[in-house]
Every structure is written in C-alpha cells, then in structure tokens.
Design a protein around this ligand. Structure first.
Ligand code: GTP
Ligand code: SPV
Ligand code: MN
Length: 607
C-alpha cells in the first residue's frame, strides 16, 4: 500500500507505473536498513564496489559508461509552452512534442526491473524554505546518491500532506544511449524527465534539475531566488559571523572556497570559516528585509581530482565515510580510491575510470601512444587515471567545518554576494560593484573558461551569467529583471556585490595568485568593505582594492605581483564592453533597461 494519500501524487504514480511497467515497485522509506540492503544488492550485481571498511567505512566506488561522464548541455531542454519563455540561452522543445518523444523513449523501460520511488526534500524536512520532490528511478546508484544529497523518506510525504506543491521526476537509464539522452524540464508542470544517462548532474534530479532549473522559475513567480552558489560563514577575531554567497561556474572553486582553511597567520589570530553549502543557495527576503540563504542539499557532489589535504582538507575529510566515488581510480593495493593530485603516490596495481588495469607504467605508455596521434585532447585524457570530472558524493554532516546553520535550514543573512570565473586576463583579483544594479550587471557579464563538468570543449571562454547559463529554467533576461526586482525589495539592506578571479595567468600560462586557503585574504577585504572599514580606488569597472589593503603577511607574494593582478587594462575592457554589447543583442527587448544603462556607463567610463 502506498504510504501517502496525496491525490496528485497517487494519480501521477498510476500514470507512470502504467507507462514504465516495472516488475516491482519499492518505496524508499529513508531507513538505514533499506539503504544497506540496496548497497549489498548493488555490490552483488557489480553496479558498485565496496571499499576498504577500515580506511573508508561505508564507502563505495561506481563507474559510469564512458559516454556518460558529465552534464550534457546540448541535450538539456526547457519545455515551456512558449518558446520565447525559455529564452535564447536554453534549448527549447514544445512540451507536447517533448512528452511524446520522451514517453516513447521511456515506455516499458522498467520492465524486468524495479521502480524505486524516492520521496525527497530540498532543505530540511518541514522548513519553510524547503520543497518536496518525488524521483522515480531504476538505478540503485541514484537512490543511494539521492539519500546522501537530499533528505529522503516517508517524513517528506508526511510534511507534504495532500499539497500539490511537489516536483515530479522520472529517471530511466534505458540504454545509456547518448543519441537518445535527454534531460528535460517542464517548468510550468513542475516536471523533470531524464533518460539514457546515469551520471550525477543528469540523474540526481533534486540537484541541478529541481534546485536550480525548476526552482529558479518558481523563485521568479514566488519572489525568491535559486542560485548556483556556495554559502559560507566568516568569523573574524572578536566579531560576529558574516555570511557570504558566491556564484562560480562548474568546477571553478565553489567547494574549495566554501571549505577554506585560513592561512596560518589568520588562523592563529582566530579567523574561522564555516560551510553552509558548496553548490546551491535558495535565497529569500527575511522579516528584517535582508536576504537569507539556505543550502537545499544534504551532501556534496564534489570534483575529486585536485582534492588533497592541502587544497581542500575539509572536503577530503568529508569523503572518509559513507561516501560514493564515481569514475576515480580503484587502488587495488589497499582497496581504496585515487585521483590526480590526491595525497597518495600513483598506485602500482589499480583500475582506471574506464575499468582497465592501470599504474604509472601503463599511464606513460598511454600518453606516448596519444602523443603519437598529436591530438591534444587525447594526450590530456591519457594522463588521467581518474576522469577529470570524477566526483565524490559525501554527506555534509561529515564536513569538519560544517556550520550549525546548515542543519537548521533557517537561513543565514547575506552580507556579500560574490561572482567569479576563470579568466586568464581581463578580470582583476577582486573588485566591488558600485551598487546592486551595477552588481547585477557584473553578474550578467560573467565569463569563464569551460571545464570538464559539462561535455564538450574545455578551456573556451564563454559568457556564463551568474554561473547560471546551464541552470536557468527560463529566459535569462527575465532572470536579470528578477534580480533587479529583488534589489528593489531589499533596498539599502542589499548585500554588497563583488567579483573575484583566482585564475589570472602569467606568460607561461601559470596561475599568478596562489588561491585556495589564501583566498581568505580577499574575503577579509570583502567583509571590511561591507562594513565600510576600508577604502578603495574607484575605476571604470567599480571599486578595486588599494594593494596595501590586501593582507599579504606570511605569503611569498609581492606587492608588485598583487598590483599586477589588480590592474584594469582599459584596452582589454574596451574589447570586453564590445563583447558584452554583442552578447546583450541576443536578448532583444527583454533586456532590462537598467542593464543597458550599466553598459552605457561602462563605455563612458572607459572612454
Ligand atoms: P561544481 O561542483 O562543478 O559546481 O564545481 P565547484 O565550483 O564546486 O568547483 P571546485 O571547488 O570543485 O573546484 C574545481 C577545480 O578548481 C579544482 O580542480 C580545484 O583544484 C580548482 N580550484 C579551486 N579553487 C582554486 C583556486 O583558488 N585557485 C586555483 N588555481 N584553482 C582552484
Ligand atoms: C556542476 O556541474 O556544476 C556540478 C556537478 O555541480 S553536476 O551535479 O553534475 O551538475
Ligand atoms: Mn555545480
């Protein structure tokens, strides 16, 4: 018997069961016993492998198909009734056609399989910020990941009651056929359909599909915001904690900044960083008129390569129990995991992300073979034992620096919002916008080099407004208008808006700024600016720090180097302004007047 009487839910389940024809139906109740049985089943079928219980208690390894290792932006569609509502930055399909096509692909595909029904909550169950979803899937991997990334179980159904405010999610692995892979969103129906993938961002429907694409549309209609942002709390010695949200594109440093460990100099003085979230923020206006943010997730789906005890101690610690690793190297020497730039030496006896025997010798042979083809992308991949977008799924409660505010879901008041991306040139280390609308402009013109988080070319600069290009569920210009409207609501209580760039490179292509924990030095300046404690230089693009005001104590980095990465090159910015003008043309007359004016001001400032 169904553990709910919710009429809209029962009706949809009847329809989906008839469509998918499962052999068996299993409700996910949220109990540890049920999850443990599923882990055992996944190990028995080879879907997952259990890792060394002493070193990695309760941890598992999974490999996806080689064609299914990242989000697929080309095949991610927004099916609003009107094409213009999806806007020029989304792929659109007519909803009637899309349902027909997707149901044709999915029809009968649970036959011989089990349909798992996952009730889940984005945000703590019962919090006024939270929203419920139901995901149907035929993948135990999905069930187990959702159980880490969200709150799952019958308590969600109880909190939902008979309400129709829940998101429908249908996932089916089908044949993992990339030609029939679709990640489809129907914002007007609160519905998501994902077929022919088994990779994280495509199939953990609470994450990007619900918490960003559907939620951004809900937020526009209901007066709140869903953003691709980390949330952290920074406490300076003797002061109350200040909260900051930051939007960086995929694989551009959110997890790292959210869990930052202050440099020794600062830690000794009593500086502390706590994590509320590393990927998604839901933001509302509080009773006092300020913006409050929660992390709707319950875990981290973080990039593995590059994660080590130096770069991100806290993320690494989070993966040490109850975690699932996807597409990393399986170290057979001790039945643990390995990836590029982790703490351990290259294993002598291992399996790579493709499931092939692997060690340093085999890698060198692979690289030599790739070099013979002269294909740069092939050479880069041959160097990797773990896929560049290999990930860990880890419970947030494991994180040594998790904030007490994470679990309450009450929301933390934001002092600052930070935008940022990978820019080899142009963008300085940090600058502050002149006001909210200028900050919206700064977010709208964000550009970053593409990464392995999405299928396609890596390292190409593209515009990624507010880091939401792949995640905004409606017309991008309407989304900017929504930001401007939110600014009107909060007036002078608005957080200050900044832009950062950790990725300026020198003539050899090496990063100039040391980054990671040292980014605290920039956060320190940002908080001081929010409190009016430090001066700045007004430039054509906004307020840039006086180099002496960024504390470089204990760091081997000269004032001249700092001045170099704070410099605004007017020629580059003039070209940038032309690029923005060209980009804005895409949005036609939906482009808010405020942003047109901002661009005109930038041009005038540069002239
Ligand atoms: P998603 O989970 O895809 O949304 O990404 P994310 O923004 O959380 O990215 P993450 O923190 O996992 O960083 C991804 C990559 O950026 C890793 O390779 C990091 O090593 C690198 N990175 C993070 N912070 C810094 C930094 O301050 N400087 C430099 N140079 N690299 C960084
Ligand atoms: C991203 O790509 O921004 C991620 C990983 O955080 S995924 O969940 O795949 O979207
Ligand atoms: Mn992300």
């Amino acid at each position: 018997m169904a553990p709910t009487t919710n009429p809209t839910l029962l009706k949809w389940l009847d329809e989906m069961t008839a469509l998918m024809t499962p052999d068996k139906v299993v409700w996910i109740d949220g109990s540890e016993e049920q999850l443990e049985a599923l882990r055992a089943e996944a190990c028995a079928t080879g879907e997952m492998e259990k890792l060394n219980e002493e070193l990695y208690p309760g941890c598992y390894l999974h490999r996806t198909k080689a064609n299914d290792v990242a989000r697929v932006e080309d095949r991610t569609i927004i099916c609003s009734r009107k094409e213009e509502d999806a806007g020029p930055t989304n792929h659109w399909m007519d909803p009637t056609k899309a349902y027909e096509m997707l149901y044709d692909i999915a029809r009968g595909r649970y036959a011989g399989r089990t349909m798992y029904i996952i009730p889940y909550s984005m945000g703590p169950v019962g919090s006024e910020f939270s929203k419920a979803g139901i995901e149907l899937t035929d993948s135990i991997y999905v069930v187990l990941n959702m159980a880490i990334m969200t709150r799952v179980g019958f308590s969600v159904l109880e909190a939902l009651g008979d309400s129709n405010d829940w998101v429908r999610g249908l996932h089916a692995k089908c044949d993992i056929d990339q030609e029939k892979r679709w990640i489809a969103h129907f914002p007007e129906d609160n519905t998501i359909i994902s077929v022919n993938s088994g990779y994280g961002g495509n199939v953990l429907l609470g994450k990007k599909c619900f918490a960003l694409r559907i939620a951004s549309y809900q937020g526009k209609n209901e007066g709140w915001m869903a953003e691709h942002m980390l949330i952290l709390g920074l406490t300076k010695p003797g002061e109350e904690t200040k909260y900051v949200a930051a939007a960086f594109p995929s694989a551009c440093g959110k997890t790292n900044l959210a869990m930052l460990i202050p440099p020794e100099e600062f830690e000794k003085k009593g500086y502390k960083v706590e994590t509320i979230g590393d990927d998604i923020a839901w933001i509302r206006v509080g009773e006092d008129g300020r913006l409050y943010a929660i992390n709707p997730e319950n875990g981290f789906f973080g990039v593995a390569p590059g994660t080590n005890s130096h770069s991100n101690y806290n993320a690494l610690a989070s993966t040490k129990k109850g975690a699932i690793f996807t597409n990393v190297v399986h170290n057979l020497d001790n039945n643990t995991v390995w990836w590029e730039k982790c703490d351990d030496p290259v294993p002598t006896n291992a399996i790579d992300w493709l499931g092939r025997p692997w060690n340093a010798e085999i890698r060198d042979k692979n690289v030599a073979e790739a070099e013979a083809t002269g294909d740069a992308a092939k050479i880069k991949m041959a160097k990797c034992g773990a896929h560049p977008n290999s990930r860990f799924t880890a419970p947030a409660e494991n994180c040594p620096c998790i904030s007490p505010a994470f679990a309450t879901g009450e929301g933390v008041p934001l002092s600052a919002i930070i935008f940022g991306g990978r820019r080899a040139k142009t963008a300085p280390l940090v600058y502050q916008s002149r006001d909210w609308n200028n900050g919206v402009f700064v977010g709208s013109i964000m550009a970053s080099e593409t990464t392995a988080a999405a299928a396609g070319a890596v390292g190409v600069v593209r515009r990624d407004p507010m880091a939401m290009l792949p995640f905004c569920g409606y017309h991008m210009a309407d989304y900017w208008t929504h930001w401007i409207e939110m600014g009107k609501k909060i007036g002078d209580k608005a957080p200050k808006i900044f832009n950062v760039n950790w990725f300026r490179t020198d003539d050899n292509g090496d990063f100039i700024w040391p980054g990671y924990g040292e980014n605290l030095r920039v956060l320190d300046w940002i908080i001081d600016r929010c409190e009016g404690k430090v001066d700045a230089d007004e430039t054509a693009i906004g307020f840039v720090p006086k180099a002496e005001d960024i504390n470089l104590n204990g760091l081997d980095f000269s004032l001249d180097q700092l001045k170099g990465i704070l410099a605004i090159d007017k020629e580059l910015w003039a070209a940038e302004a032309d690029g923005i003008e060209e980009y804005y043309k895409k949005f036609g007359d939906r482009l808010p007047e405020e942003l047109k004016n901002q661009l005109a001001t930038l041009k005038a400032n540069l002239a």
